[in-house]
Design a protein around this ligand. Structure first.
Ligand SMILES: O=c1ccn([C@@H]2O[C@H](COP(=O)(O)OP(=O)(O)O[C@H]3O[C@H](CO)[C@@H](O)[C@H](O)[C@H]3O)[C@@H](O)[C@H]2O)c(=O)[nH]1
Ligand SMILES: O=C(O)[C@H](O)COP(=O)(O)O
Length: 265
C-alpha cells in the first residue's frame, strides 16, 4: 500500500522496531460457537503481528469457553449473555490490562467466532492501520452462499451512516474490524448489541477518524431466510435504529448547546 498516512491516531514512531513494534490483539466475541471456535482461534493465531487471541464467551450455554482455551486462546467469560457490543468492551478492557507500559497499545482486531479457517484472511486489515493510512479498517466480505437477507437492515444502516457522515460504506454491518486503541476509546461507550458497528462508524467519522473498507476472503454463517433468520434481522434492525437515533439526538443537543454558547459570546 503506497497511500500516505492520513489517520488521526498518533503513530508510535516511524521505526517500528524493538519496543515500538505495533502488536495486534484478536478479540473474538462468541456466543454458543463451540462448533467453530477452535478453527477460528487457530486461524486467528496465524495473523501476522497478532500475539494475543482473546475469546470473550458471552454467556454461552455450550462448550465454547473450554474449546477456545484448548485451541490456545485466552478466555474470559460473561456469566450471562450481554450482547456482542458488551463482549467487545470486555475484550478491549482485558487487552488493555495486558498491554505493556512503555510500548504502544495493541491494535484491536475484532473477529466473529464463526469464521473458522478463514479468520486468518482478516490479515489485510492490519496494514492500513499499522501504516497510519486509516484508524479503522473494515472487512468487505464476498457474497455468502445461502445468505437470506434482502438488504433492509444493511440499507438502513448505510443510509444513516451516509446522512450523518457523508460516507457510504458497502457493508456497514461488517464486524471484522481493526482499529487503534485511541479510536476504540473514542467510540466508547459502544452502541448496544447489533448497533455496535453502525454506531462506531458514525462516532469515529464524526470525530475525524479515517475508515477504509478492505476486501477479505471470509466465510461466515450467514443468516438464513427462515423464522430464526427473520427474528435475528428484526433484532439487528431494532439495534441499528436505536444506535442511529441516539446519535441523531446527541447531534441535536450538541447543536443547541453550540448555538447557546454563540449567543452568550
Ligand atoms: O449475544 C451475542 C450474540 C452473538 N455474539 C457473537 O457475535 C458474533 C457475530 O454474531 P453472528 O450471529 O455471527 O451475527 P451475524 O448476523 O452474522 O452478524 C453480522 O452483523 C452483525 C451486526 O448486526 C455484526 O456484528 C457481525 O459481525 C456480522 O457478521 C459471533 O461471534 C457471535 O458468537 C455475541 O458475542 N453475543
Ligand atoms: O443477512 C444479513 O446480511 C443481515 O442479517 C442483514 O439483513 P438484510 O440483508 O435484510 O439487511
Amino acid at each position: 500500500m503506497n497511500a500516505l498516512p492520513v489517520a488521526k491516531t498518533t503513530r508510535p514512531g516511524n521505526a517500528q522496531t524493538g519496543k515500538n513494534v505495533q502488536r495486534v490483539a484478536a478479540v473474538i466475541p462468541a456466543k454458543d460457537e463451540a462448533e467453530r471456535i477452535a478453527a477460528t482461534v487457530r486461524s486467528a493465531r496465524a495473523i501476522p503481528h497478532v500475539d494475543l487471541v482473546l475469546v470473550v464467551d458471552d454467556g454461552s450455554e455450550d462448550e465454547t469457553q473450554h474449546v477456545a482455551r484448548a485451541a490456545g486462546a485466552v478466555v474470559v467469560r460473561h456469566s450471562h449473555n450481554r450482547g456482542k457490543a458488551a463482549a467487545m468492551e470486555t475484550g478491549a478492557a482485558v487487552v488493555a490490562m495486558r498491554d505493556a507500559d512503555g510500548r504502544p497499545p495493541r491494535l484491536l482486531m475484532f473477529i466473529d467466532g464463526d469464521l473458522g479457517d478463514t479468520a486468518v484472511n482478516t490479515a489485510p486489515l492490519v496494514r492500513p492501520v499499522r501504516e497510519g493510512v486509516a484508524d479503522l479498517a473494515i472487512a468487505l466480505l464476498p457474497k455468502q452462499a445461502g445468505a437470506g437477507g434482502r438488504g433492509i437492515v444493511v440499507g438502513a444502516a448505510r443510509r444513516a451512516i451516509e446522512a450523518m457522515t457523508g460516507w457510504s460504506p458497502s457493508q456497514p454491518l461488517s464486524g471484522m474490524r481493526c482499529l487503534t486503541r485511541e479510536a476504540f476509546e473514542a467510540a466508547t461507550p459502544l452502541a448496544r448489541g447489533w448497533g455496535v458497528e453502525t454506531g462506531m462508524t458514525i462516532d469515529l467519522l464524526r470525530k475525524g477518524y479515517v475508515a477504509v473498507e478492505v476486501p477479505c476472503d471470509l466465510k461466515h454463517r450467514a443468516s438464513t431466510n427462515d423464522l430464526k433468520g427473520q427474528i435475528h434481522r428484526a433484532a439487528q434492525y431494532r439495534d441499528v435504529l436505536l444506535a442511529v437515533n441516539a446519535r441523531k439526538m446527541r447531534g441535536a443537543v450538541d447543536a443547541v448547546r453550540h448555538a447557546g454558547s454563540n449567543v452568550r459570546s
